[in-house]
Design a protein around this ligand. Structure first.
Ligand SMILES: Cc1cc2nc3c(=O)[nH]c(=O)nc-3n(C[C@H](O)[C@H](O)[C@H](O)COP(=O)(O)OP(=O)(O)OC[C@H]3O[C@@H](n4cnc5c(N)ncnc54)[C@H](O)[C@@H]3O)c2cc1C
Ligand code: FES
Length: 248
């Protein structure tokens, strides 16, 4: 179980993420594995889980969906955040040719993995999908890291017109990847898992279930026989496929 000790950070820079949110660069590092998350507390508002987008300095990318994410995305340089963690089981850093598939706020869980894989001289392709070009999250960060980007938008305003799975399809059908890692809406994860059924390429999925403690105490993230905060949020597909399937 991780420690529940808060560290205080100040925002040193804020970068807009199109129309959907913002990235906050903080004033110190946090050692973390790719795919791990932190609990971020804004006193008087809430405490919520966020992926470690980058570790040195710590950076967080926020997609606005409700009160907490709205307040966090509105933070400006000089504002303070209380952070505990990192928590959970992250992605394994393996594979010479890795395909990362991201949608929604899940994209933030993949950037540190891309960084580590590139540091290991891996070849990294990143498939990102969104409704339109202004909703794509973090393409600039993957470009900065030297990853190959495969973009898809519903309206065709950037990349191909279609879903993130359409963007990933040529790499999947060519058998390009020796590992696939994904984070995003569960319908996307399920579609990817079904597409890769029967493949011997390892697939790791990160689940964004609702969390309260992040420590394995409250049971809020209980999913099947797993606690997502403790046993995940990253799981090999075999461990979670039945949890993603809709009830009959
Ligand atoms: C391990 C983990 C890592 C995460 N990493 C990030 C991250 O890096 N950046 C980020 O922006 N968010 C991330 N999230 C999601 C984030 O925690 C939620 O979006 C946040 O808790 C919503 O709080 P809120 O008060 O803004 O909205 P709420 O009022 O709690 O929710 C508003 C609406 O959004 C829906 N919602 C809640 N969570 C999500 C979600 N994950 N995706 C889509 N809709 C959702 C709710 O069902 C509700 O309808 C992560 C979640 C987990 C579990
Ligand atoms: S969030 Fe409390 S047990 Fe997982």
């Amino acid at each position: 179980m991780g420690e529940a000790i808060y560290r205080t950070y100040r925002v040193v820079a804020r970068r807009s993420e199109g129309s959907v949110g913002a990235t906050l660069i903080l004033d110190g590092p946090l050692q973390a594995e790719p795919g791990q998350f932190v609990m971020v507390w804004l006193p008087g508002i809430e405490e919520r889980p966020l992926a470690v987008m980058d570790d040195d300095p710590l950076a967080l990318t926020v997609r606005v969906v409700g009160p907490f994410t709205r307040a966090l995305a509105a933070c400006a340089p000089g504002d303070r955040l209380w952070v505990r963690g990192p928590y959970g089981r992250g992605f394994p850093v393996r594979g010479e040719q890795a395909l990362l598939v991201g949608g929604g706020s899940g994209v933030a869980s993949l950037t540190l993995l891309a960084k580590r894989l590139m540091q290991e001289n891996g070849h990294v392709r990143v498939a990102l999908g969104a409704r339109s070009s202004d909703q794509l999250m973090l393409p600039w960060r993957f470009r900065e890291l030297g990853c190959e980007l495969l973009l898809a938008t519903d309206d065709g305003s950037e990349g191909l017109r279609g879903t993130v799975l359409d963007a990933a399809e040529p790499s999947l059908s060519a058998g390009w990847a020796d590992v696939v890692c994904a984070c995003g809406p569960e319908v996307m994860l399920l579609a990817l898992a079904r597409r890769m059924e029967g493949s011997d390429v390892p697939l790791y999925l990160s689940l964004e279930r609702s969390m309260k403690c992040g420590l394995g105490i409250c049971g809020n993230c209980y999913c099947g026989n797993r606690l997502v905060c403790l046993d995940g949020p990253v799981f090999p597909v075999q461990e979670v496929l039945c949890l993603l399937e809709p009830p009959p």
